[in-house]
Design a protein around this ligand. Structure first.
Ligand code: LLP
Length: 445
């Protein structure tokens, strides 16, 4: 991410990060609106404008707030949601319902009810149990709903094993065994409540090789051909998922959107012509690719622990609670000292979080200038799957999120308070026991 530097301070979208820290405290997620807009523009230029009958959705699990819904709506993209909570957020933000698509391998009755009652655009049905639930709900509500079937094409992609999804041994989607899939399609064709528009696949996340998409496309278009021949079923829509990798550290393999889109669209066209099928609407649904590089996280450095001959730890005031990715996937990040951005880097350090786990390490080896407690560390490219995976382990507070654009900063999400941690708590079975009033607790944030 190219951030300018002013007065030895790191700048983001025209805002001085040290000013942001003074105003909003740390840890702090900072999101650049301009960067999101830039990415969406690239999607419009490289995909939507270049190819007819295409649609792009933002995979909201990467980062979702009501204002993010508003930005995505303004940028002309649809929204992929994966839970009742994400759907509710989108509905509260008044996101156009016909542009919402609902994923998930085990959607509950209540979640599906909310989706159908609110007439969202598509449900991506993962299995036949879900189809039964949808039939039941649609009958009750006397509604009809457009669906896609999620299929698992049996492709092993090269990424962390927790985030591969297209392989045969996956909890997601309908296996590509003919008996299973043909039966599922027949059931949907017979149904008076669902309209099967087509198919969806998602191969995994943080992928850098476009050949997986080509292989999956070949498999799914072959399926479309068989379905046409055997059942006379015409596929109208093909959703090719998300997963485009982005650079978290400078030396990561950097790939463009075009690298994924161009060969994918060429192959779809080629195969459709070869089999004499009609061209389906093609969809993509990237999450990380849109939001990751738009975000940085700012921390205050506290204790600096030098273990001679071993390493130097610098501890920050956040950790696996605001960025779980390092400890969960061993994800690598890069950072800088935001208030000493031009100082010469002379020390190798390890950035530790403040949680009670030795594995709570944010960056293993980082070159920094001479630093002191109170200096500010910026970690780059934390826009995706950081805020959305934040948690309250050790009862740490979830940081606030600030949206910046052209030198203006606005709160997107308030920092949690200690009182927020107690929401919903009761004192069951404890007789004659009163809670201590918040006003009696001193020194609370
Ligand atoms: N579509 C479907 C059906 C998905 O399951 C996902 C991600 C996406 C689209 C968007 O993938 P993306 O473009 O963001 O790679 N927590 C993990 C990532 C989990 C991704 C889950 N599904 C991480 O932090 O790396």
């Amino acid at each position: 991410m190219t951030n300018k530097k002013v007065n030895n301070h790191l700048m983001i979208d025209g805002c001085d990060t040290i000013e942001l820290v003074r105003k909003y405290g740390t840890p702090l997620y900072v999101i650049s609106q301009k960067k999101i807009e830039y990415k969406c523009k690239e999607i419009r230029n490289e995909f939507l404008a270049k190819y007819d009958n295409t649609k792009a959705l933002y995979a909201s699990k990467a980062f979702l707030t009501m204002s993010m819904c508003k930005i995505i709506e303004k940028e002309g993209l649809g929204l992929d949601v994966v839970s009742g909570g994400e759907l509710y957020t989108a509905l509260r933000a008044d996101f156009p319902r016909e542009k919402i698509l609902f994923h998930g391998n085990n959607k509950s009755y209540e979640e599906l009810y909310m989706a159908i009652e609110n007439k969202i655009g598509r449900i991506v049905v993962d299995n036949l149990y879900e189809l039964e639930l949808i039939e039941k709900i649609s009958n009750k509500l006397d509604e009809k709903i457009n669906i896609l079937y999620r299929v698992t094409p049996g492709i092993n992609s090269d990424t962390h094993k927790y985030i591969i999804t297209g392989q045969k041994d996956s909890k997601f989607g309908i296996p590509l065994e003919k008996s299973v899939l043909f039966h599922a399609v027949e059931k949907a064709i017979e149904s008076k409540r669902v309209k099967l528009k087509g198919f969806h696949f998602h191969l995994g996340s943080q992928l850098f090789d476009n050949s997986y998409y080509i292989k999956a496309t070949d498999i799914v278009i072959n399926l479309m051909r068989e379905l046409k021949e055997r059942l006379g079923y015409v596929t109208k829509e093909l959703n090719t998922g998300g997963g485009y990798g982005i650079s978290h550290i400078k030396d990561d393999n950097k790939v463009s959107l075009k690298y994924f889109i161009k060969p994918l669209m060429e192959r779809i066209n080629q195969k459709i012509n070869e089999y004499n099928l009609s061209m389906p609407q093609v969809m993509i649904e990237p999450g990380r690719w849109i939001i990751a590089e738009a975000g940085i996280t700012l921390y205050t450095i506290g204790n600096i622990k030098k273990i001679s001959g071993v390493r130097t730890y610098i501890a920050v005031d956040g950790g696996m609670t605001d960025n779980l990715r390092s400890s969960l996937y061993g994800a690598k990040y890069n950072g800088d000292i935001a208030n000493k951005i031009d100082d010469k880097k002379v020390n190798l350090v390890t950035v530790a979080g403040k949680c009670c786990e030795s594995g709570d390490i944010l960056i293993e080896d980082l070159m920094v200038p001479n630093i002191n407690p109170g200096d500010i560390l910026a970690i780059y490219n934390t826009g995706a799957y950081n805020f959305s995976m934040a948690n309250n382990y050790n009862r740490n507070l979830r940081p606030s999120v600030v949206l910046v654009k052209n030198g203006k900063a606005q709160i997107m999400v308030e920092r949690q308070t200690y009182e927020d941690l107690l929401i919903g708590e009761k004192l069951p079975g404890i007789v004659n026991c009163k809670e201590c009033s918040p006003s009696k607790i001193k020194g609370v944030l």
